[in-house]
Design a protein. Structure first.
Length: 195
């Protein structure tokens, strides 16, 4: 660790790798709400927040566990689930009166085609205006689960197949049927009123 009279200790949340204060300040001072995306090992959480002096106020929120209400059987941490969570959060934000937001990915690396950009695509498809380059958004095949279905069809070893897709099979969904299931759940989100 560095020492000396000019060494400055970083803020606690920066040391814990939870907050990038430079990016946070740039996003919070724009006056535009942020769409905060956090991806964990268990799922995806999306919040639309307004930055105030006292702190952030959450206007709308959606998480992968909310997809179960709409009949989602697949994993809550894959790209199609991230898109649907973004779509649900976008619809909730529009109902709350938010029409525009800036994407806040935190300390996550901006990987083209990643889950955070699938969330942004879902929110944009719901009608929320987010400044985002179309080159980094995942392909429609990947968003709808076509890549997962194609991978499942190519697997030859049945034991590896059962091991790899145990969550899908346990919930009664074959991975080859993921694109059709994705469209069904998206249609349910569109027709049901947002709570």
């Amino acid at each position: 660790m560095a020492k000396g009279p000019r060494y400055r200790v970083q803020y606690r949340r920066r040391r814990e790798k939870k907050t990038d204060y430079t990016a946070r300040r740039a996003l919070a001072t724009t006056g535009v709400p942020r769409i905060v995306v956090r991806v964990s090992n268990k799922g995806v959480l999306v919040q639309v927040t307004n930055a105030e002096i006292e702190g952030d106020y959450v206007v709308a929120q959606a998480a992968s566990r909310d997809l179960k209400r709409f009949g989602w059987k697949a994993s809550g941490k894959n790209t199609p689930a991230a898109y649907l969570v973004g779509y649900l959060a976008g619809r909730k934000a529009l109902e709350a009166g938010v029409e525009r937001a800036n994407l806040d990915i935190g300390l996550k690396r901006a990987t083209p085609g990643g889950k955070v950009f699938a969330v942004a695509k879902g929110a944009m498809d719901a009608g929320l205006e987010i400044p985002c380059d179309s080159d980094i958004i995942p392909s429609p095949e990947r968003v709808s689960g076509g890549a997962v279905a194609e991978y499942a069809e190519q697997m030859e070893d049945p034991l590896e197949y059962e091991k790899r897709f145990s969550v899908y099979l346990r919930r009664g969904l074959r991975p080859e049927e993921l694109p059709a299931h994705f469209e069904e759940v998206k249609a349910r989100i569109e027709e049901n009123s947002v709570e």
